[in-house]
Write a protein that binds this ligand. Structure first.
Ligand code: GDP
Ligand code: ZN
Length: 455
């Protein structure tokens, strides 16, 4: 059990209407009572949990703000300890003064992630849900937030438990057979063991594959928008982002330094790399567009190849098409509003996904974002489904999968059941590391080091 009472500013620093300091630990009531006086006659030392009281915060120099204290009584709080949340006005000065007062009253400033870590150590949440808290805070798009929320509500945890439970059941069967060898494993049972293990292995493979999708949602989709000068790349980017400002920079020349633009499209985040050359059509750099396309395409997970419907295809167009290779790509035939001169059959031959836009009129945006969803396989995404959210989790799932595969091998090769059992136990260990039931201290430290202070 932790004995120190910790305190931290839980809201972003800056000027805001309300700022909150969270105090957690066995001394939360007492320490808070030393800096807060209720105007309603409530005594924080005795007050019931889930109640709020209004009053003033003070230090040696006197009262310095009004405040509301919300009290959560252990164990029914986020951390599992007594927690007081003190909300006062949101200025940096006030919050820091209040935090100093709390520290002088006996609290220790919390380290990054320490509240969530205590929640984990007190069994309030497993490691996957703790990680989801950080993901939720960092989420940039609607879908990323939705899947982080699902993880926070335990989607990955439950999936992991479910697989773990089947493995534990298998392992106990195995031990029974190992302990009573005279009752030989019948062929039938060997077969069913094999098919069960195979199914579990497939489940783990499918689970680890969700990492890719989740990664795209969280980190954004590295997108290359390529095409000859003047086909409408900038206009399309502006249309996608919905704001002129996010792409166009008022001072010409400054765009050279821009490495990446992030554009929110229909719940997804597109990361448009190297937009410098795309912006200024009069610039000689723009002429490098075709040559630079290759590098952009190589680094992208998604290619938007833009063509001008009002012109016949040129060699440059064809060379850009050739550069798209096997990358997930969408042909965007722009300037639909003008008289059509482009030869679509060539494009249809090379691209599975074609979208017509008139970017200047803002037409075709929905079609384009729907196509992006299709190409990136994000269309039927169920945000409540379990999803592997980071490298650590994927590593655990992959190792569990490899162990199950070894178990299948051992069984096929008719090794001893002991050998099979060892592999199954190994897989169980990996899954318990995933949820944190058996994670080493180093792993736990690592997880919480990602957090910000106050969480
Ligand atoms: P980029 O060089 O590929 O980035 O092309 P721009 O986005 O800078 O557009 C080049 C020119 O084409 C600009 O004058 C745009 O206003 C114009 N343009 C872009 N999209 C359309 C469109 O859908 N229809 C028409 N008629 N003009 C467009
Ligand atoms: Zn441009």
């Amino acid at each position: 059990m932790e004995t120190a009472t910790i305190a931290a500013i839980a809201t972003p620093l800056g000027v805001g209407g309300i700022g909150t300091i969270r105090v957690s630990g066995p001394g939360a009531r007492e320490i808070t009572a030393r800096v807060f006086r209720s105007a309603l006659g409530d005594d924080l030392r005795k007050m019931e949990g889930y109640r709020a009281t209004f009053g003033h915060v003070f230090d040696e120099a006197g009262e310095f703000d009004e405040a509301v204290v919300l009290l959560f009584a252990a164990p029914r709080s986020f951390t599992g300890e007594d927690v007081a949340e003190i909300s006062c006005h949101g200025g940096v000065y006030l919050l820091e003064r209040l935090l100093s007062a709390l520290v002088r009253a006996g609290a220790r400033p919390a380290q990054a992630g320490e509240f969530t870590k205590r929640a984990f150590l007190n069994g309030k949440l497993d490691l996957t849900r703790a990680e989801a808290v950080a993901d939720l805070i960092g989420a940039q798009g609607r879908q990323a937030a939705a899947s982080a929320l699902a993880a926070k509500e335990g989607a990955l945890y439950r999936k992991s438990r479910e697989i773990c439970d089947s493995l534990v059941a298998l392992a106990s069967h195995l031990s029974a057979w190992i302990d009573y060898p005279e009752e030989d494993v019948e062929d039938v049972e060997g077969e069913s063991l094999l098919s069960e293990l195979t199914a579990i292995g497939e489940g783990l493979t499918a689970l680890s594959a969700t990492f890719e999708t989740g990664h795209l949602l969280r980190e954004g989709i590295p997108t290359a928008i390529v095409g000859r000068p003047n086909v409408g790349k900038s206009t399309i980017m502006n249309m996608l982002s919905g704001t002129q400002n996010s792409i166009v920079t008022p001072i010409p020349g400054t765009t050279r330094d821009v490495v990446e633009d992030q554009v929110a499209v229909d719940g997804m985040v597109l990361r448009l790399a190297d937009t410098a050359g795309i912006r200024d059509t009069d610039d000689p750099v723009e002429r490098l567009g075709v040559e630079r396309a290759r590098a952009r395409i190589d680094q992208a997970a998604l290619v938007l190849a833009v063509f001008d419907a009002s012109e016949a295809l040129t060699d440059d167009d064809r060379s850009i098409i050739a550069q798209c290779g096997e990358k997930p790509a969408i042909a965007v035939i722009n300037k639909r509003d003008l008289e059509q001169k482009i030869d679509e059959t060539y494009i249809k031959d090379k691209f599975k996904h074609i979208v017509y836009t008139s970017a200047q009129m803002g037409e075709g945006q929905q079609e384009l974002s729907a196509a992006i969803r299709r190409v990136m396989r994000l269309e039927h995404l169920d945000p409540s489904a379990p999803m592997v959210a980071n490298e650590r989790q994927r590593d655990c799932v992959l190792r569990a999968g490899a162990a199950v595969e070894s178990a299948v091998e051992a069984l096929r090769m008719a090794f001893t059941l002991d050998a099979v059992d060892v592999c199954v136990e190994d897989a169980i260990s990996c899954l318990m590391e995933l949820t944190g039931e058996r994670a080493s201290e180093a792993v736990v430290e690592q997880v919480f080091s990602r957090f910000c202070v106050g969480k």
